[in-house]
Design a protein around this ligand. Structure first.
Ligand code: HEC
Length: 247
C-alpha cells in the first residue's frame, strides 16, 4: 500500500515541478501551441518520400494556375492541409477518379496505389515532417501532367441491354454528360459465357471531364451482350473502327 502511494506521488511531484507546465498554466496560448506541435513519430518525410507522390499524382491540378483551388507542390503549401489530405486520400476522394478499383483496368488510372496511400497517411499521422532538403527534387511544371492522349476511337451509346451483331474492339468508356445522379456499371456478356467487367462508376464527378481507357483493348465477338445498369444510365463505348484482329 505504502509503496504504491509513494510510486503514485512521485511522478505527480515531477509534473508539478516541470517549468513547462507552469508556463503553460500561466499562458493558455502556450499550452495551445505546445499541443499543436505534434511529436514526429515517422521516418517518412516530405523531401524524401511524399513530394514525389504529390508531383506525379496531385500537381496536375494542385499547382499554380491549376484547376484545383490550392497548389500542393511545396512543403509550406502542403503542411497546413495535412489532416484534410489524409482524409481525402483514405476515402479516395483525391485524386478524383470515380471508377471502383478492381472492376475493369485502365491505362490512365489516376487513383493512388495502396502503398502510396499508406505513405501519405502514415506521414501525416507521424507529424508530417519536412526532412532534409538534400533529398528534395524540385518540382518541374510540365503543364497538364495527365495522360491526355486518347486513342482514335469511335463512339456508341449504350443504354440498357445491347446485343452486338459484329465484332467490336472496345478501347474505353466515356461517361455521358450530364450523367444524372448516381452510379453506373457496364458489363459485357460474351457468347462463351465469360463476363467482362468493364467499368463501375461510383458517382458522377462534376469536376472532371474524364475518359476511361482500358489497359488493353477488349475484343467483343458478335453475339456479345452489353449491359449498362441502372436502366436510366447510359455510357459511350469507345472502340477501334471496323473489325480488327485481336491481340
Ligand atoms: C484532377 C484534378 C485533381 C487532382 C489530380 C487532385 N485534386 Fe485535390 N482537388 C481538386 C479540386 C477541383 C478540388 C476542389 C473541389 C473538391 O474539393 O472536390 C480539390 C480539393 C482538394 C482538397 C481539399 C478538400 C477539402 O477539405 O476541401 C485536398 C486536401 C486535396 N484536393 C488533396 C489532393 C491530393 C493529396 C491529391 C493527390 C494525391 C489531389 N488532391 C489530386 C482537384 C484535384
Amino acid at each position: 500500500m505504502g509503496v504504491g502511494q509513494r510510486a503514485r506521488f512521485r511522478p505527480r511531484a515531477a509534473v508539478l515541478l516541470s517549468p513547462a507546465l507552469w508556463a503553460a498554466a500561466a499562458a493558455p496560448w502556450l499550452a495551445w501551441s505546445l499541443s499543436a506541435h505534434e511529436a514526429i513519430t515517422t521516418e517518412l518525410t516530405w523531401t524524401r518520400n511524399v513530394s514525389r507522390i504529390f508531383y506525379s499524382r496531385c500537381a496536375a491540378c494542385h499547382r499554380d494556375g491549376g484547376s484545383a483551388p490550392m497548389p500542393l507542390t511545396t512543403y509550406a503549401q502542403v503542411r497546413p492541409w495535412a489532416k484534410a489530405i489524409k482524409h481525402e486520400v483514405l476515402t479516395r476522394r483525391m485524386p478524383p477518379w470515380g471508377a471502383v478499383k478492381g472492376f475493369g483496368a485502365f491505362r490512365n488510372d489516376a487513383s493512388l496505389s495502396l502503398p502510396e496511400i499508406a505513405v501519405i497517411s502514415s506521414w501525416v499521422e507521424g507529424g508530417a515532417p519536412e526532412g532534409d532538403a538534400l533529398f528534395l527534387e524540385p518540382f518541374h511544371d510540365h503543364g497538364h501532367g495527365r495522360d491526355s492522349q486518347a486513342p482514335e476511337a469511335g463512339r456508341r451509346t449504350v443504354r440498357g441491354s445491347v446485343l452486338l451483331d459484329r465484332e467490336v474492339v472496345a478501347t474505353g468508356v466515356s461517361p455521358e454528360r450530364p450523367q444524372g445522379g448516381g452510379w453506373l456499371q457496364l458489363t459485357a456478356h460474351l457468347p462463351d459465357g465469360r463476363v467482362e467487367h468493364m467499368i463501375w462508376l461510383r458517382e458522377p464527378n462534376p469536376v472532371l471531364e474524364l475518359d476511361y481507357w482500358f489497359l488493353r483493348p477488349i475484343r467483343l465477338p458478335p453475339g456479345t451482350r452489353l449491359l449498362c445498369r441502372p436502366d436510366s444510365a447510359s455510357v459511350e463505348l469507345r472502340f477501334l473502327g471496323g473489325s480488327v484482329a485481336g491481340p
